[in-house]
Design a protein around this ligand. Structure first.
Ligand code: NAI
Ligand code: MG
Length: 503
């Protein structure tokens, strides 16, 4: 009988596949990696080869219940621990996660197909930084005093909500985990988090690492699909709040179910984010910005991806030429290879969906699909889910390709001449997550930032989620904010009003 490898959690140098072996068929409850009572598993693939990398545990009702009960028991002590001490433990998690950043990045690349250098390593650092940011905010969970009368003291205090049910997607699994877990814990809540079925291992490993520092039950992690596991977590009577990142459709379903229980919800859903380029810009700088905004190195699998790029008519042609040049210079290939810029699409379903949208765009009379970069030639990647980045021209903003979230490496370039008209077009969308505007004209910039309908507007730059900056959308892009102090206070605490009457 082969013996189970013994894992030293701290400072391990295991290969991603050895780590998968260690995490296979496991969920994390009460501080321990255990097999689910359901005895069910599902296969996880490497999208770059479509080989099965391992079997993840499928948590069923009794497993979800065990995770929630564990978090509920741990609540009693955790919520009464000094806030600064909770923050200190979360900061210690940040240090340990940073030490394991490379290991976590490799594991994430194996299961998601995202390129290690351009994506996973960057994300693993932001992941640790998010825990560090929130770890320093323990003493910021403050209330107010209210001037009521001299003989009375009226005040508010911030209290945790209880057990948080967190459900995340696969595109940036570590980042999403940190945006939910870090503020929830620092504010005194305990957590049950469900990973996405496509990418369960890196987040489970991160939870295992954190559990060497946190008291048992404070952070529990389960895996499984939406109906079997996610929906059960949503409906669990002891879950006091839900926080979700994923599709609009699932977000609405979760919103309805949380309504039945009357618990608060934070929803971070999709986007169809516009980018407006004025004629006065430095083309080279803006084209690099567009490349980053569209998240081409993440195969466009981003809710903020600039999937509608409005370029002033006067610079439209040179913009297109330079954009194609830059995209053609990116190397698509083995995500684990340090030379690779662009990796693979997460799943056959997403791959098919993206190809369908490309066909729909091509079928539109007058449209042109500029396909860039080259598919990898390596035979070991022949079954991999690769898609060439596409720049569409000749599609109006009203076209399906410009209105529906593709979540792939596809963007539309649309020419414009009148600034008011382009603002109307940019706002003509069901979504309202992010928008970027490139200009040095102060009047246009100010008008744009005030009139663009989005939760996050950037002028002349494009950063990804940064700890400290509130992030979250309006319209169909969701409800609530993440990543900031306000997000922690507003979404993971409630205000209790207290009056001392000393008359
Ligand atoms: P999804 O919303 O179905 O899945 C996200 C998470 O929700 C997963 O953990 C899944 O297991 C869980 N889930 C699914 N149904 C559930 C239910 N009824 N109750 C509770 N949990 C449930 O997203 P999916 O299928 O992975 O992708 C579909 C589309 O969603 C993409 O093509 C993209 O357009 C969009 N999407 C947006 C993301 C964002 O960052 N806002 C992230 C991922 C996908
Ligand atoms: Mg789905």
């Amino acid at each position: 009988m082969p013996s189970t490898p013994s894992i030293s959690v701290i400072g391990s140098t295991l290969t991603p596949l050895a780590l998968v072996k260690h995490l296979e068929n496991k969920i994390l409850i009460d501080g321990k990696l255990i097999a689910p009572k359901s005895k069910q598993t599902f296969s996880v693939h490497n999208p770059a080869t479509m080989e099965v990398i391992g079997q993840a545990a499928e948590a069923h009702e009794e497993d979800v219940d065990a995770a929630v009960e564990s978090a509920h028991r741990a609540q009693k002590k955790w919520r009464h621990m000094d806030a600064a001490k909770r923050g200190h433990l979360v900061s210690q998690c940040a240090d340990l996660l940073e030490e394991h950043a490379d290991e976590l990045a490799r594991l994430m690349t194996l299961e998601t197909g995202k390129a290690l250098r351009t994506e996973s390593q960057v994300e693993a650092k932001i992941f640790a930084n998010t825990f560090r940011f929130y770890g320093g905010l323990g003493l910021e969970i403050k209330g107010e005093t209210i001037p009521f009368s001299d003989s009375m003291l009226a005040l508010t205090i911030r209290e945790p909500l209880g057990v948080i049910g967190a459900i995340i997607a696969w595109n940036v699994p570590l980042l999403l985990m940190s945006l939910k877990v870090a503020p929830a814990l620092v504010a005194g809540n305990t957590v049950v988090i469900k990973s996405a079925e496509e990418a369960p291992f890196a987040v489970l490993r991160a939870a295992e690492i954190m559990n060497t520092i946190l008291p048992p039950g404070v952070l529990n992690m389960i895996s499984g699909d939406g109906p079997t596991t996610g929906a059960v977590l949503v409906r669990h009577p002891k879950v006091a709040k839900l926080t979700f990142t994923g599709s609009v459709e699932t977000g609405k379903e979760i919103y309805k179910n949380s309504g039945d229980k009357l618990v608060p919800v934070t929803l971070e859903l999709g986007g169809k984010s516009p980018m407006i380029v004025c004629e006065d810009v430095d083309l080279e700088q803006v084209v690099s910005g567009a490349l980053a905004s569209m998240r081409f190195t993440r195969q466009g699998q981003s809710c903020t991806a600039a999937s509608r790029i409005f370029v002033h008519e006067k610079i439209f042609d040179p913009f297109l030429v330079q954009f194609k040049e830059k995209l053609n210079a990116l190397k698509m290939g083995d995500p684990m290879d340090a030379e690779t810029d662009i990796g693979a699409i997460i799943s056959p379903g997403q791959h098919e969906k993206i190809l369908k949208y490309i066909e729909i765009g091509k079928a539109e009379p007058g449209s042109e699909a500029h396909e860039c970069s080259e598919l990898p030639q390596d035979p070991k990647l022949s079954k991999g889910l690769f898609v060439r980045p596409v720049l569409f021209t000749g599609l109006p903003n009203s076209h399906q390709v410009c209105q529906e979230e593709i979540f792939g490496p596809v963007t539309a370039l649309i020419p414009w001449t009148d600034f008011d008209e382009v603002l109307d077009q940019a706002n003509d969308s069901d979504y309202g997550l992010a928008a970027t505007l490139w200009t040095n004209n102060l009047q246009l910039a100010l008008k744009g930032v005030h009139q663009l309908e989005a939760g996050f507007v950037q002028v002349n730059q494009n950063v990804v989620v940064q700890p400290g900056l509130s992030y979250g959308g309006i319209k169909s892009s969701g409800i609530g904010k993440e990543a900031s102090l306000e997000a922690m206070l507003e979404h993971f605490t409630h205000k209790k009003t207290i009056i001392f009457n000393m008359k």
